[in-house]
Design a protein around this ligand. Structure first.
Ligand code: NAD
Ligand code: IMJ
Length: 256
């Protein structure tokens, strides 16, 4: 059977380790024949991401802290200089202060609020703007979101507000980029035990609650998120833009 992403190049931002959702997406995209370009946040992650990138057969591994306009501009320039054309871009990045994910939301500081918005929401707008010149043939851009954007998930707090802004950004970006045949979507994944989830207060209890109450009576496998990302990046997803695609074993449809 032919591969779904043969001949396509995908840029993936947000791979930190083998538990990262970005890694599962990279595995699925590489399996389907995509050429991968990876970025990592900073020097601390260089070795791990270089090793995992080698496993995935990535052609380039670049440093990009998304809070830095210079880093984002350098990413575009580096890829332009190498005449890279992108067909798919995956933004799999979020950050908030740990204390803002355990104290009452009411007590969120201005700095904490702005940090979460900057890293987890604004960066998606900045990345989209930076990659558009590299997508002359159209393509597919996607980000990762979570149900806490529209429902109250205890402790998700300031991240929920950032994800609400991220999802609204998906819709406005889909409108702006539609005429260029660039689609913009989000995958809303169910809870997955990644580095960003471990150590979160009561995370295991929430994980178990989802397994007990979701229609499929189980949690989300990161490989399922990878396969949905392949769909969005492929010709099969050509009619889908501005959408939030739930990959969560059905949990979001439940009231009780
Ligand atoms: P992760 O910790 O593996 O990934 C988060 C990534 O964000 C890391 O690679 C980190 O380096 C990167 N990052 C943070 N600040 C950055 C910065 N300033 N510049 C560049 N990169 C930066 O955890 P994950 O669970 O794979 O998270 C990936 C995405 O999936 C996030 O947007 C998260 O909100 C979303 N998500 C996670 C879950 C879950 O349960 N794990 C569920 C739904 C959505
Ligand atoms: C995170 C916090 C509270 C509840 C949570 C989560 N639930 C889930 C997550 C129920 C599924 C994981 N998630 C969807 C995230 O987007 C996590 C973002 C995140 C995690 C950390 C932990 C370490 C840190 N800062 C963080 N910033 C963002 O210092």
């Amino acid at each position: 059977m032919s591969k779904l992403l043969e001949g396509k190049t995908a840029l993936i931002l947000g791979l930190a380790n083998k538990w990262s959702i970005a890694y599962a997406i990279g595995q699925a995209m590489a399996r389907e024949g995509a050429q991968l370009i990876l970025t990592y946040q900073g020097e601390r992650l260089q070795k791990t991401v270089t090793d995992l990138g080698a496993e995935l057969g990535a052609s380039k591994i670049l440093c990009c802290d998304v809070t830095s306009d210079e880093d984002i501009a350098r990413l575009t320039e580096t890829l332009k200089a190498d005449s890279v054309t992108l067909d798919a871009v995956v933004h799999s990045i979020a950050f908030a202060n740990k204390e803002d994910l355990s104290r009452p939301f009411l007590e969120t500081s201005r700095d904490g609020y702005l940090l979460a918005q900057n890293v987890s929401s604004y960066s998606f707008v900045a990345v989209c703007n930076a990659v558009v010149p590299l997508m002359p043939n159209g393509g597919s851009i996607m980000t990762l979101t979570y149900l806490g954007s529209t429902r109250v998930c205890p402790n998700y707090n300031v991240m929920g507000v950032a994800k609400a802004a991220l999802e609204a950004s998906v819709r406005y970006l889909a409108y702006d980029l539609g005429p260029r045949n660039i689609r913009v979507n989000a995958i809303s994944a169910g809870p997955i035990k990644t580095a960003s989830a471990r150590g979160i207060k009561d995370f295991s209890a929430m994980h178990e609650l989802v397994a007990a109450h979701s229609p499929m009576k189980r949690v989300t496998d990161p490989a399922e998120v990878g396969d949905s990302a392949v769909f969005l990046a492929s010709h099969l997803g050509r009619g889908v833009t501005g959408n939030i695609l739930f990959v969560d074993a059905g949990f979001q449809i439940m009231a009780m």
